[in-house]
Design a protein around this ligand. Sequence first.
Ligand SMILES: [Zn+2]
Length: 109
Amino acid sequence: MSDLSGLQVQCPQCKRVLFLTTGKYDPTKAPNGGMVKSKVPWHIDWLTTKGTKAAEMTCPECLGQLAHSGSLIVKVPTARIAEVYRALFPEDYMTEEAPIETPKKKGKR
Ligand SMILES: [Zn+2]
């Protein structure tokens, strides 16, 4: 599995970026506390461990749910778009890598 750590996680409500993804972040799976690490220097009232469910992951600034829509809002820099795309659509990526078929010659059956 690819390592999508270090991506900025944005609060859907106040738009602040107070968390970064960890190596456990997988955009195809339901978020949990283990997928993020806090950037704030103070204590937050939930644990950044696997046992913390998406609904419990709240923004320490506005108390909104970080994964309100069911997934985290992650800001992806241009240089890492391919990496994230590959994690989201591994099958498409394989297709893209497949050798290009040479066109069949006319007249042959
Ligand atoms: Zn917020």
